[in-house]
Design a protein around this ligand. Structure first.
Ligand code: FRU
Length: 502
């Protein structure tokens, strides 16, 4: 590749997210040399590539009784570059089997420099991928407009040749070869398709310098001939200037548009974070209007993609990003993983509800209640780094804190301060949301260097904490009464004998 991920991330903004806890970052020498299969930093029940670098989840689809997950993969290094589509199959969204690479760049083809993010749908009974191909192009045709890139993005199609989705046939020529006439786009990628009564629609992540990001909308009868209709949604000028249009908010990556609970929702990734928008979709004007919006996850999370699981459940996968230098990634031999499956709903007040899918409970071992005495910290040395902790607040206390400690050093802390009404996790701070009836107030999933936290079914924070070791890490919980809080703990099982390296 002519650009590396560090620079591309700068281009795309994903590197702009601040480390959650700067002090929680492990020094380079702590990075294991023994390989990914025995690396304590490597999650044991989150899906990830067998080796090397992964980023966005791509084209998730349930087909013939199986869940398929594709993802951006660099098969040759633990840093971004040379994008292929990795592939894995699951029967339950928890246990995975790696499959051969599904899409690779075609030399001299329109995706010669990479098969970027895309989606999968079933068209005419055939699973069909629409994705972004990138190739080197003369300056006039370049669509990644950061002043440095030489890449042109086009939208490409591939059709499945077997029911396990192992073999894909690519159409040689792009189905959408260039952005709309007269538009100086900041980028043109990551198609999100859906079907309506009168045909197929696809939204493409884009934007214009100084005007904000947007989603460009196209329609087709056959997934091959596409006509530009206008903008499905557009942002406003952000007032920020940056050579990187994703950092300035002038480029929206990875749009994902879908119907849920009788309403519509649009996700996009920009300025290092993922925005959710719920609102109204006018099927005649083909415009989406945001009524409510928020941040899908306040931590190390980017470029999510949703799909429809059986029972009409809208599930989202997200990319859990790394928060350590490339040199550490190379030493570790792997980078990036996928968030737990999260089920999405829209609450009566228009907010997005985000909860771990019920399948995640398949990971649980025997439940154990943790006793809480006001002002007395409960400490347990953990003999693995796989746990779930859930607490339900019956009567509000002054505060509840959960910590991961190495020796006496706090490496990660989540504090719910009911006196101020604030949640704090490192530098992240926001108001404690109301909790959905019947759900725990907080669920925290610990897995190697990944901590995924769900609060009130409305907020999520993914954290990275490197260099913890089982038998040396302490899980600490503490509450300040008066109040009544129920705290439950489960050990979680691993989904693989070798941390999914084979
Ligand atoms: C988001 C992203 C997408 C692009 C892909 C390339 O992380 O930048 O916009 O298609 O990654 O790997």
């Amino acid at each position: 590749m002519t650009i590396n991920r560090r620079r591309f991330l700068v281009v795309t903004g994903a590197a702009a997210t601040l480390p959650l806890l700067t002090r929680a970052q492990a020094p380079s020498e702590a990075v294991t040399q023994s390989g990914p299969a025995t690396d304590n930093d490597r999650p044991e029940y989150h899906f990830l590539a067998p080796h090397n670098w992964m980023n966005d989840p791509n084209g998730p689809i349930f087909w013939k009784g199986k869940y398929h997950l594709f993802y951006q993969l660099n098969p040759n290094a633990a840093v971004w570059g040379d994008m292929h589509w990795g592939h894995a199959i699951s029967v339950n969204m928890i246990d995975w089997k790696h499959e051969p690479i599904a899409l690779s760049p075609t030399p001299r083809g329109a995706d010669a420099e990479g098969c970027f993010t895309g989606s999968a749908v079933v068209y005419n009974g055939v699973p069909t991928i629409i994705y972004t191909g990138v190739q080197n192009a003369p300056p006039a045709d370049v669509t990644i407009r950061d002043g440095k890139s030489t890449l042109r993005e086009t939208q490409m199609l591939a059709t499945a040749e077997d029911d396990l989705l192992l073999h894909w046939k690519k159409l040689e020529n792009p189905v959408i070869p260039k952005p709309p006439e007269g538009m100086q786009v900041t980028g043109f990628r990551d198609p999100t398709p859906w079907h309506e009564r009168d045909g197929w629609y696809v939204g493409i992540g884009s934007g214009e310098k100084g005007k904000g990001g947007c989603v460009l909308l196209y329609r087709s009868r056959d997934m091959r001939d596409w006509n530009y209709l206008g903008k499905l949604a557009e942002g406003a000028p952000t007032g920020k200037t940056d050579s990187n249009p994703v950092d300035s908010g002038d480029m929206w990556e990875c749009p994902d548009f879908f119907a849920v609970d009788g309403s519509h929702c649009l996700f996009y990734s920009t300025e290092g974070k993922v925005l959710w928008n719920t609102g109204d979709y006018d099927e005649t004007a083909h415009r989406f209007t945001t009524r409510h919006s928020g941040i899908l996850d306040r931590g190390a999370y980017y470029a999510p993609k949703t799909f429809l699981a059986p029972e009409n459940r809208r599930i989202v996968w997200g990319w859990i990003t790394e928060k350590r230098p490339d040199e550490d990634l190379k030493k570790a031999g792997w980078a990036g993983c996928t968030s737990l499956p999260r089920e999405l709903h829209i609450a009566a007040d228009g907010s997005l509800l985000i909860n771990p899918a019920k399948e995640v409970e398949k990971l649980r071992g025997k439940v154990e209640p943790i006793p809480l005495t006001s002002g007395v910290a409960n400490r347990r040395t953990v003999d693995s780094l796989r746990h779930e902790l859930a607490f339900t607040v019956r009567t509000k206390p002054k505060s509840v804190a959960v910590r991961i400690k190495a020796g006496i050093t706090t490496r990660w802390e989540l504090l719910l301060d009911y006196t101020t009404g604030q949640v704090r996790c490192g530098e992240i701070q926001f108001a404690i949301p109301p909790t959905q009836a019947g759900s725990p107030d907080v669920r925290v999933f610990f897995d190697g260097s990944v901590i995924e936290t769900f609060i009130g079914g409305r907020e999520a924070i993914t954290s990275r904490v490197y260099g913890l070791a089982p038998y040396a890490a302490t899980l600490e919980t503490e509450y300040e009464g008066p109040g009544h809080v129920q705290l439950l703990h489960w050990p979680l099982r691993t989904i693989s004998k070798d941390r999914l390296t084979t």
